[in-house]
Design a protein around this ligand. Sequence first.
Ligand code: NAP
Length: 248
Amino acid sequence: MNITGNTILITGGTSGIGLAFAEEFIKEGNKVIITGRRADRLDAIQKRLPEIIIKQSDIADATQRTELAAWITENHPDTNVLINNAGVQYITDFNKTVDFGKVHNEIETNLIAPVHLASLFIPHLKGKQNATIINITSGLAFVPIALMAIYCASKAAMHSLTMSLRYQLRDTGINVFEIAPPSVDTELGHDRRQDKTQTHGGIPVAEFIEDAIAAIKNDEYEAAVSHAAGLRAKGEELFEQMNSRFSH
Ligand SMILES: NC(=O)c1ccc[n+]([C@@H]2O[C@H](COP(=O)([O-])OP(=O)(O)OC[C@H]3O[C@@H](n4cnc5c(N)ncnc54)[C@H](OP(=O)(O)O)[C@@H]3O)[C@@H](O)[C@H]2O)c1
């Protein structure tokens, strides 16, 4: 993908990977629009980066997804890249009472929203130069951490979906990427950590972004970054080893 001169919509740009992508793509000479639920974050980011375009939007809400697509088409018709990045990660322990509200929100945010946004944006993207959809999945798409059962299932589904989307769109001029991050030090899962100063762990966001941008630039349509590549290669072989580190 030519990484200059695009208009890029990034869902979930108020922290972590989405925000780091936004900063990097601005540096590379793109127009960038970010979304998120937290208005205070969006405002603070715009103060720091006046060129960024912000849009408060909850992608777990179907009406807001439709409104977002209409707003983009009207206000930023030059948008040619959609990055489905927003995501949430919860613990789902089937040995306890499962919070079905959380299950629903996790699937809606991580899977249904990207499906809906892709379907809303494909007609708009067709015919655009350098038209691209980038889905952010996870190394956990290839081997689950059992305690994050729904999260991992949503990411495995996103991996499968991305393959199908890429195949279906092969003659449309829309390129479809999957970027599978390894564990990256962001706010993901922050709400469940009792000690809010505790970090997520994982590699620094800057290191991940450098590798992810290189993959996008080199048209690596399926890129498992850093140790996610090991999970991609060995998949379920690693299940016992990975899960012995997590207890419930
Ligand atoms: N960090 C990792 O180790 C890791 C590993 C593999 C994959 N990933 C994936 O990378 C993506 C980004 O995660 P991250 O690590 O950067 O975590 P993060 O720092 O928690 O960022 C998540 C972003 O998603 C947004 N978001 C969540 N729910 C939303 C909703 N309903 N509507 C709109 N925006 C929403 C958040 O914004 P608001 O809260 O303001 O809405 C935030 O900007 C996710 O898809 C995640 O699954 C992360």
